[in-house]
Design a protein around this ligand. Structure first.
Ligand code: IPM
Ligand code: SF4
Length: 469
């Protein structure tokens, strides 16, 4: 029988099928952070249960961590408590803990792949919706709630109804200045934020085959923003090359065996999906959002659509534009920008900082812009320095901060003030997401860089040197 990539990985992890109910799945890797794990550990303690396989769980602190002066004690008492709880729980149960200041510390979805915790064909969970990121490796990776975190700690299994299957194909090539972030924002703008609810998505086609692992992670990261349980891409040579030799990946003979398994992980030619979409890469231009959900995105050269061209309630649409201080029919290009944030588990990897540098090189930060450059991990931070990007940033008037989630959801001090506009490379533009009253325009690192040097929404293609005629 022909199977999809998703079926192959899922079926290979079913421990028990419950008739008419969910499947019990074995979980290969469990990542935890300080926000969603404390209550799960309290639950374990109150029931006197141990962590079944502590060696399969990895803890990192990211949401509540400051991005400057990380060597100093954390001032905010709530954040300090959560960070302490993660540390003491990890120590008590024998779980690897990469806390603030640890050399391996960083955003959970950035460090997992960097250290080879993320592997093709694995099942990976974390109490965090953007766990979908790890699907870039051909893993089944999804976010879980705190009570499920407790379940996985106790049993290394989870009960899950099997989602339906969707495939999204992007054919052909991407245009100049179009990045993986634009591909993802384009798909969400077409499908809406609920368009993939109940589905697990496979991304397929030439555009994804030619994408780097960093790009694939950006796309899979945003799967959750169209309601999908997760997204995945079949592993190939690009994947194997990325994974090989990392700290937690198999070595020697075990690698050969693992590689043979990884190579089986693709959708059979005649496998059937419950839903399928196909778009041409050439349809996509650099994207930007204008509203308060990630589906409210348009090509940067387009105008804000009229309410009657949008599915859903007119009142909600108007409320959203009102919050943003925008009107139907407005041009996005030229809108003033106060803040620029490059970072997060969506676009906080080295390739993103290279893209940002390619535009700011030889230019200067606009005076009206406050820019926060936040690497996703210490590995990214070190690469920024080693590759000479820090020099480019410094000359252009930018400062590099230390790793963490930062202004992506502003649980630390990195908050965008009320009413201010931020071009942000993160994944959510909800009301108040980046600080109470903040207004977020989601975009790629290229669009963020163009805004940072011009002080307004600018088409990055105008600033890119090798403009093809
Ligand atoms: C804090 C955490 C539970 C949350 C999530 O699940 O996604 C956060 O990471 C986010 O991006 O909003
Ligand atoms: S970077 Fe943002 S989206 Fe990613 S885990 Fe942190 S808060 Fe969530």
């Amino acid at each position: 029988m022909s199977n999809t990539l998703f079926d192959k990985v899922w079926d290979g992890h079913v421990v028990k099928k419950i008739k008419g109910g969910p499947d019990v799945l074995f979980i290969d890797r469990h990542m935890i952070h300080e926000v969603t794990s404390p209550v799960a550990f309290l639950g374990l303690k109150s029931r006197g249960i141990k962590v079944l396989y502590p060696e399969l769980t990895f803890a990192t602190a990211d949401h509540n961590t400051p991005t400057i002066n990380q060597h100093l004690p954390v001032e905010d008492p709530l954040s300090a408590n959560q960070l302490k709880a993660l540390e003491s729980n990890s120590n008590e149960y024998g779980i690897s803990h990469w806390g603030l200041g640890h050399q391996k510390n960083g955003i959970v979805h950035v460090v997992g792949p960097e250290y080879g915790i993320t592997q093709p064909g694995a099942t990976i969970v974390c109490g965090d919706s953007h766990t979908s990121t790890h699907g870039a490796f051909g893993a089944i990776a999804f976010g879980i709630g705190t009570s499920e975190v407790e379940m996985v700690l106790a049993t290394q299994c989870i009960m899950q109804p099997k989602p339906q299957k969707m495939r999204i194909n992007i054919t052909g090539d991407l245009g100049f200045g179009v990045t993986p972030k634009d591909v993802a924002l384009f798909i969400i703008s077409k499908l809406s934020t609920s368009g993939a609810t109940g589905y697990f998505v496979e991304y397929a086609g030439k555009v994804f085959e030619e994408m780097t692992m960093e790009g694939r992670m950006t796309v899979c990261n945003l799967s959750i923003e169209m309601g999908a349980r997760g997204g995945m891409i079949a592993p190939d040579e690009t994947t194997f090359e990325y994974v090989k030799g990392r700290e937690f990946t198999p070595k020697g003979e075990a690698w050969d065996k693992a590689l043979a398994y990884y190579k089986t992980l693709k959708t059979d030619d005649d496998a059937v999906f419950d839903k399928e979409y196909t778009f041409a890469g050439s349809e996509i231009e650099p994207m930007i959002t204008y509203g308060t959900n990630p589906g409210m995105g348009i090509g940067i050269s387009q105008d804000i659509p009229d309410a009657d061209a949008i599915e859903g309630g007119v009142a909600t649409y108007e409320k959203s534009l009102n919050y943003m201080g925008f009107n139907q029919g407005d041009h996005m290009i030229g809108k003033p920008v106060d803040y620029v944030f490059i970072g997060s588990c969506t676009n906080g990897r080295i390739e993103d900082f290279r893209a940002f540098a390619s535009i700011v090189k030889g230019r200067h930060k606009a005076d009206n812009v406050t820019a926060w450059l936040v690497p996703g991990s210490h590995i990214v931070e070190a690469a920024i320095k080693d590759e000479g990007l820090l020099d480019i940033f410094t000359e252009a008037g930018f400062v590099l901060r230390q790793p963490g989630c930062s202004a992506c959801l502003a649980m630390n001090d990195d908050k965008i003030p009320a009413g201010k506009y931020a071009v942000s490379t993160s994944n959510r533009n909800f009301e108040g997401r980046q600080g109470p009253g903040s207004r977020t325009l989601l975009a790629s690192p290229l669009v963020a860089a163009a805004a940072a040097v011009t002080g307004k929404v600018t088409d990055p293609r105008e600033l890119m040197e090798e403009l093809v005629s």
